[in-house]
Write a protein that binds this ligand. Sequence first.
Ligand SMILES: Nc1nc2c(c(=O)[nH]1)N[C@H]1C(S)=C(S)[C@@H](COP(=O)(O)OP(=O)(O)OC[C@H]3O[C@@H](n4cnc5c(=O)[nH]c(N)nc54)[C@H](O)[C@@H]3O)O[C@H]1N2
Ligand SMILES: Nc1nc2c(c(=O)[nH]1)N[C@H]1C(S)=C(S)[C@@H](COP(=O)(O)OP(=O)(O)OC[C@H]3O[C@@H](n4cnc5c(=O)[nH]c(N)nc54)[C@H](O)[C@@H]3O)O[C@H]1N2
Ligand SMILES: [Mo]
Length: 763
Amino acid sequence: MSKQPNIKQYDHPAGGWGSVKAVSSILLQEHVAANGTRVLFKQNKPDGFACVSCSWAKPADPHLFEFCENGAKATAWEITSKRATPDFFAHHTLAALEAWSDLELESQGRLTHPMRYDAESDRYVPISWQQAFDEIGEKLRGYDPKRVVFYASGRASLETSYMYALMARLYGCNNLPDSSNMCHESTSVALPETIGVPVGTVTLEDFEHTDCMFFFGHNTGTNAPRMLHPLQEARKRNAQIITFNPLRERGLVSFANPQSPKEMLSTEQTCISTQYHQVKIGGDIAAVTGICKALIEADDKAVAANAPRVLDAGFIAEHTHGFEAFANAMRAADWKDIELESALTRAALEAAATEYARAKAVMILYGMGITQHREGVLAVQMLTNLLLLGGNIGKKGAGICPIRGHSNVQGQRTVGITEKPALVPMDKLAELYNFEPPKETGLTTVDTCEAVRDGGIDAFIGLGGNFARAVPDQGVLDPAWKKVPLTVQIATKLNRSHVVHGRAAYLLPCLGRIEVDRQASGEQTVTVEDSTACIHASKGMVEPASEHLLSEPAIVAALAKAILPPNPAIDWDAWVADYGLVRSAIERTYPDQFKEFNARMTQPGGFHRPLPAARREWKTKTGKANFIVPEGFGEDPDMQFDGERTLRLMTTRGDSQFNTTVYTLDDRFRGVMKTRDVLLMNKSDMTRLGLAEDDAVAAVTVTDDDVPRELGGLRVHAYDIPAGCVMGYYPECNRLIPVSHHAKRSKVPAGKAIPIRLRKMAA
Ligand SMILES: Nc1nc2c(c(=O)[nH]1)N[C@H]1C(S)=C(S)[C@@H](COP(=O)(O)OP(=O)(O)OC[C@H]3O[C@@H](n4cnc5c(=O)[nH]c(N)nc54)[C@H](O)[C@@H]3O)O[C@H]1N2
Ligand SMILES: Nc1nc2c(c(=O)[nH]1)N[C@H]1C(S)=C(S)[C@@H](COP(=O)(O)OP(=O)(O)OC[C@H]3O[C@@H](n4cnc5c(=O)[nH]c(N)nc54)[C@H](O)[C@@H]3O)O[C@H]1N2
Ligand SMILES: [Mo]
């Protein structure tokens, strides 16, 4: 085996020529070069389609190319000319396909026909749509609704999502887990308690007014690259950007705008972060404690000296609850502990506090580095604590900005995809559709994993996504899926969740969002909600990948008709014929949020849902914005085995993937090329553990249950990362995460701090 290390630091800016090259090569790889460029012009435009990649905001006055390198990759991936036809399935048993990699499975291209699993030949075979719906309907009508799960990945439109959630509730359950359960659920639990809304308060306009941004645990250059434009503009106004991340992510270090001829033809690049703090994995609660402590103690001194206040005392008095208890906890925190837990110095944290105090308007932005921890909920609440000290919620240029994942994950929640009945206007549904909605809390993603493991479900329906691959503990769960009586997957491309299937299994191929959706009333438009709570219209423009595809609303309506008795209050066929009628139903269900939905959806920049917190109205139990007192620094209870051989593993995305969809093996910005089977670690840990560059190791999870969890064939490389921390790739490392290792209360799998040990393997 080669001993050549293939990890080389990438010194170029994010964006730049590397980005242009990556866009043209993916268009070629998917055989869509000519069509691809025409399509990219319409991406994220008011009269075009909403990008199928991330959920970042879409401006009212878009750039000529309002897409990024990774958005272009996602588009090329969907409009690919490759096809996974019945002929392909005739040639491969599922036992054989199980050995294929994620990249190989999805590389077969778009699914073209509805298929049913044939146990005798161990293959998927074509079936007519009608027969598929009849058979699925017959089975589901016989099951206990409480044992049926309706999963949603965050991509399907507001229209589809509303219909899907309604179908599940009419059927009789709230088992509506979604990708948000693995993602920003920590946000959805944390923010209602502190500021009374489940979503962020920042809008695109705030970027023009902020003078300081704190960035926690998000790899922006890779996962929301269009955000680099407002960041770059803010930097040009000399706004400060203060980043907390164990890795020096390229996009947060420097950026050259690939759409600016001037920057492309010169070596001009913008330095993005003005302070970069390489916090230890899971050290954010300690780091924010340090910043809050510095601010509160500086304010104490100002009060004593009768000098101008450091904190916004007026805001704290009028708008918040719990300040004194919080301030006392911060005063009592010991710098030694803060430094140890965060791996940052007191001086570094005081420097961050100084910028906070100097700024008139501060924003905090964050991603999975905050939410996917055992203490993810508390970590989010520490961020709101910090904002409240300076009155940085509900004013221009300030606020909290959870950077969402999937392009409509936030919107799915807005229209009812949730396991929590309290978040849904059940009385309204009861009144509109004349039924008794189920009251019991449904299954989350983690609950679903446990139920699959323990034989607790009869059927799993997946509206997109790749559940089996995205969740933890594959070693335990993969064999358990085979005992589930029925799995149904609505999808565009072949993935592991189709190969790891139930006893009866159906694969229902659907239109993607970029494709023209023709129904009885003509070509249809759908809508999505972005990370800043703006709703946008999206209209497909390329010909469908196959004449046999159905749209997602059509599939959901057909399933609903197959499993439910007729309901005079719902005409599913009329909804499919004209999605405007579904939007009217959404408006009737949520009249405040979706006023004049059909008229406003095409407004450039989208229309903004009203958020009370943004107006300093606090819909919390105390009627104020709440400070939350941390009990400690959020020590991970699963790191109790923290001996010197135990390391913290974070699983992250590379630059060339969308979640479980891997486009190529390269992670250009981190300089990891042609492989994902690596662990990046601190040189001192390697020396301490007797490991040399490119050594082969197995990672072994450290837990106290008796399930062995191990992943071999990984190569270690020295990297600029704090001691004790290791980076590996998602989804390859998912089998190392025990299902039980999830955030308290929000149940988000704690994929950012997995306790592991390394075992050296023969090379
Ligand atoms: N191109 C592309 N875009 C995407 C996606 C994609 O896969 N590809 N996925 C979409 C989805 S669903 C989501 S949720 C988002 C995800 O976007 P991100 O939130 O950026 O997700 P990750 O790739 O998991 O990266 C986590 C980041 O947090 C850092 N980190 C890890 N642990 C810690 C910690 O303890 N503290 C701090 N401060 N930082 C930490 C990591 O170094 C990394 O920079 O992106 C969305 N957009
Ligand atoms: N270890 C670890 N695990 C993680 C994470 C992590 O950071 N670390 N991140 C978590 C996060 S944040 C998320 S959001 C989840 C993601 O979990 P999922 O959302 O379940 O997974 P995806 O990989 O986004 O799903 C990809 C599949 O969606 C299907 N698809 C694509 N477009 C469409 C469409 O338009 N319609 C339909 N019906 N199907 C479509 C394709 O078949 C494709 O194979 O993973 C989570 N798991
Ligand atoms: Mo996500």
